[in-house]
Ligand binder design. Structure first.
Ligand code: F6R
Length: 355
C-alpha cells in the first residue's frame, strides 16, 4: 500500500534514505572506508579502457552523470540514449565496457543496445533494480541498486540509487582503496536526504509557480543531469512545458524563451563551475524571470533568487542527489495542485518493453 501517503511517488521519494542505505550496505566498510563491489565486478570495471553507457529517460540522466564521474577518473566514458546507440553504434575496442543502466531491466531499447554490444563481443554490465530481470540475466555482470520496488511511473528513488551506484563504480575505477572522506560522505548521504525531506519548502515553491507558462532548469557539470531530470519529472507528471539546459547553453538560444512567466530553477551545488552558473542566473534575472536556486550555499546565488531550495553541503559528486530530491518534490506538488494522475501519468508506462 501507500503507507499513509497520497501517492506512491511521494512514498517513494520519502523512501530514499532507506533505499540509499540498502544500496551502500556492505559495499562501504564503516571502519576502513574501503569500497567493495565484489571481485568479479571490480575486475571487469578496472579492466575497462573505455566505457559506454546506454539507458533511456531518467536512467539516461543517471548515465550522463556516471559518464562524467568516470571521465573524472581518467577513463574515457560516454553516455548514449539507448535507441540512438542501436541506430548509430559508436566505435569500440576490445577493452570497451558497455554499462546498461535500467531500473526495470526490461526496457526494450536498452536491452537492444546491450545485445548490440554483446554481438560485438564487448563486455556488458547491467546496473538494475530488479534481480532476475532480462538485463541482469543477459549481461556478463550485474550491479543491483537495491531500491526496493518502485510502483509510481515516475522514477525517483531508483534515480538516486543509480547515481550512488555510479559513484561506487567510479571509486572502484580509481582504485580509491580506502578513501575515508568520500566513504564518510557516502555514509552521511541518506541522513542528508532525510534532512532535505524534513526541511523542504518545495510545496511553497510549487504553490507560487504552479500557474507558470513553462518551467526551465539549468545546471552545469554534475548539476547538468539534475537539470535535465528536473525537467523530465516536471513534464511527465504535470504535463506542463519544462526544459532542462546546460547552464552555459542558455545564451545560445533558450534564453529567448525566458520571460517573467517562466521560472528558472538553477541547480548550483559543489565546485563544478558554480560561479559561472551564478552568472547565468543574473542573465535570467535581467529578463525578469523568477529564479529558484537549488543550492548548498557555497555561492551567493541565493542573493539573486526569488526562492531558495537549500541542500546540505557534501562532496561535489554527491550534492546533485540532494538537489534532485528538492526538484522531485516541486514536481510532485505542482502535479498535485493541478490534479494530475501522479502515479500513472497519461500515455506513459512503468516499463517500456517495445522499441
Ligand atoms: C521517468 C521514467 C522513464 C524511465 C525509462 C527507463 O520517470 O520513469 O523515463 O526512466 O523508461 O526505464 P528503466 O530504467 O526501467 O530502463
Amino acid at each position: 500500500g501507500k503507507g499513509g501517503y497520497d501517492h506512491y511517488m511521494l512514498k517513494e521519494i520519502h523512501e530514499q534514505p532507506q533505499a540509499l542505505r540498502q544500496c551502500l550496505q556492505e559495499r562501504v566498510d564503516e571502519l576502513s572506508g574501503a569500497i567493495d563491489l565484489g571481485d568479479d565486478l571490480q575486475q571487469t570495471v578496472r579492466g575497462a579502457e573505455f566505457i559506454q553507457l546506454v539507458a533511456c529517460g531518467t536512467s539516461y540522466h543517471a548515465a550522463l552523470y556516471a559518464a562524467q564521474l568516470f571521465r573524472s577518473q581518467g577513463v574515457p566514458a560516454q553516455a548514449f540514449v539507448a535507441s540512438e546507440y542501436v541506430t548509430a553504434p559508436p566505435p569500440y575496442s576490445e577493452d570497451t565496457l558497455v554499462i546498461g543502466i535500467t531500473q526495470s531491466g526490461e526496457t526494450a531499447d536498452t536491452l537492444s543496445a546491450l545485445r548490440e554490444a554483446q554481438r560485438r563481443g564487448v563486455e556488458t554490465l547491467a546496473v538494475t533494480n530488479v534481480v532476475g530481470s532480462t538485463a541482469s540475466r543477459e549481461c556478463a555482470d550485474a550491479l543491483y541498486i537495491r531500491s526496493g520496488p518502485e510502483i509510481g511511473v515516475a522514477a525517483t528513488k531508483t534515480f538516486s540509487a543509480q547515481v550512488v551506484a555510479a559513484n561506487l563504480v567510479a571509486a572502484v575505477l580509481e582504485d580509491r582503496g580506502t578513501h575515508h572522506d568520500f566513504a564518510s560522505a557516502l555514509r552521511d548521504l541518506p541522513s542528508q536526504v532525510q534532512e532535505v525531506l524534513d526541511e523542504t519548502n518545495a510545496e511553497t515553491v510549487a504553490e507560487r509557480f504552479v500557474d507558470s507558462e513553462a518551467f526551465f532548469f539549468i545546471g552545469r557539470g554534475y548539476d547538468y543531469p539534475v537539470a535535465l531530470e528536473g525537467a523530465l519529472k516536471m513534464k511527465e507528471i504535470t504535463y506542463e512545458h519544462a526544459e532542462g539546459f546546460a547552464a552555459g547553453e542558455l545564451k545560445h538560444g533558450p534564453l529567448a524563451l525566458v520571460t517573467s512567466e517562466t521560472p528558472v530553477f538553477a541547480v548550483v551545488t559543489g565546485e563544478t563551475g558554480s560561479k559561472k552558473t551564478v552568472g547565468n542566473v543574473k542573465e535570467v534575472e535581467a529578463r525578469s524571470a523568477p529564479v529558484v536556486a537549488v543550492t548548498d550555499g557555497r555561492t551567493d546565488v541565493g542573493r539573486y533568487a526569488d526562492e531558495v531550495l537549500e541542500v546540505p553541503e557534501t562532496d561535489s559528486r554527491l550534492a546533485p542527489v540532494l538537489a534532485n530530491v528538492q526538484l522531485q518534490l516541486v514536481s510532485y506538488y505542482v502535479a498535485e495542485r493541478l490534479g494530475r494522475n501522479i502515479d500513472k501519468p497519461r500515455n506513459l508506462a512503468k516499463s517500456v518493453t517495445v522499441e
